[in-house]
Design a binder for this molecule. Sequence first.
Ligand SMILES: *Cc1c(COP(=O)(O)O)cnc(C)c1O
Ligand code: SF4
Length: 457
Amino acid sequence: MHGNNDAVHLIASTEERRPYKVYTERNLDSIEQFLALPEDMQFDIRVVASVLPFRVNEYVVNELIDWSCVPNDPVFRLMFPQKGMLQPGQFDTMAKLHRNGATAEQIKEAARKIQHSMNPHPAGQLALNRPMVDGKIVSGMQHKYRETALYFPSQGQTCHSYCTFCFRWAQFIGDDELKMAATEASTMHAYLKQHPEVTDVLFTGGDPLVMKTRLLKEYLEPLLAPEFDHIKNIRIGSKTLTFWPYRFVSDDDAEELLALFSKITASGKQLAFMAHFDHYQELKTDVCKEAIKRIRATGTMIRAQAPLTRHINNDPDVWVKNWETQLSLGIVPYYFFVARDTGAKHYFEIPLAEAYEIYRQAITRMSGLGRTVRGPSMSAGPGKVEITGIADINGEKVFCLRFLQGRNPEWCYRPFFAKYDEKATWLDQLEPAFGEEKFFFEDEYQAMFKAADTAAA
Ligand SMILES: *Cc1c(COP(=O)(O)O)cnc(C)c1O
Ligand code: SF4
């Protein structure tokens, strides 16, 4: 019932629902296309899926993955665990357990050890971003940059499918409870009331759009009251346009969700849908295009961001086509991220020098409308750091850098320089250029940690 325009109209006009069906490690065997793969590839996937999170739904399997290109299909790489995601020794340990018929408990135990070695909580930010109301921590909130507060509703801590490069599953839970949402929401609202400097609230997860509309309302609708006049922009970070566009087209509460969007934009606030597209292939289906049209019809602006990842999108051609496709659908390209230092990092990571080259080659092929993408940007402890160039200054090859966002807003947009390093993949591997001992922000950043420790003690 899918694959052409008529099908979409059919879905839209009859409100016919596509049943939501999900596959995990436990029912891999019910994916027909998986069973058609060579035996050794199936085995490798099973082994890695016993360590790394695996969750994919039927729409992604049947509509987004081109199985004739597997294993090189980018959406397959995005969804299915690959042998190279574990270090060879780790893979062998797990493979042996599987081959020798180890018990589920033994496999879990060995998997846990490997998971702990994979930096499940990157950037050591927990102690530093703890918003408080009346002396109590506001759970689910992170307020790192002055203007923008992040909020993770507890019911949105999962996703319709799991990306292989993501380790947020360390925080994944997921239990729907209206009452809990209301209590949580009121604490978040209390914090925002006390913080007039916050202009943006970003709802994120996981994916907050796994929540039913009636839950989402508990969080969003109260923000339309006059005491939140300082909140100008409500943002929702979501990968639902990739994983389940039916959320906006034929799900039971699709209309109610779009009505909520309309109500927000009609109130005079901006609603920004922060979409996540790793590859243009995620945008190819009619139902995805229909969903985009419907969201935009509510006055919501869709912006798109994604990390650069080896095996999925490390090619300027892919980015040009990704951004061009976005523009043609009325989406504004926004952030180009360096993949975070967590999870199967060695498999996905790309040196900063190469990331910069890919970005530059891609962006110079876009018209000005596509040059809204900022990057390559690292979301590191002190802030979002952008590589703005590679230059030769007085005979020294350097990275030119700047903060796009900083723990101290004064750090932003001030150029600074690091020694060029062909292999470096993250900010903490860089050293100041020109023989300087420290980057300009380091002392202040360290002092913030000390202050936080003292406050906690
Ligand atoms: C990226 C980010 C934001 C939003 O930054 P913008 O540049 O305004 O999009 C807010 N908080 C945190 C912690 C972030 O990482
Ligand atoms: S949609 Fe986002 S949060 Fe969910 S698995 Fe993918 S990258 Fe992680």
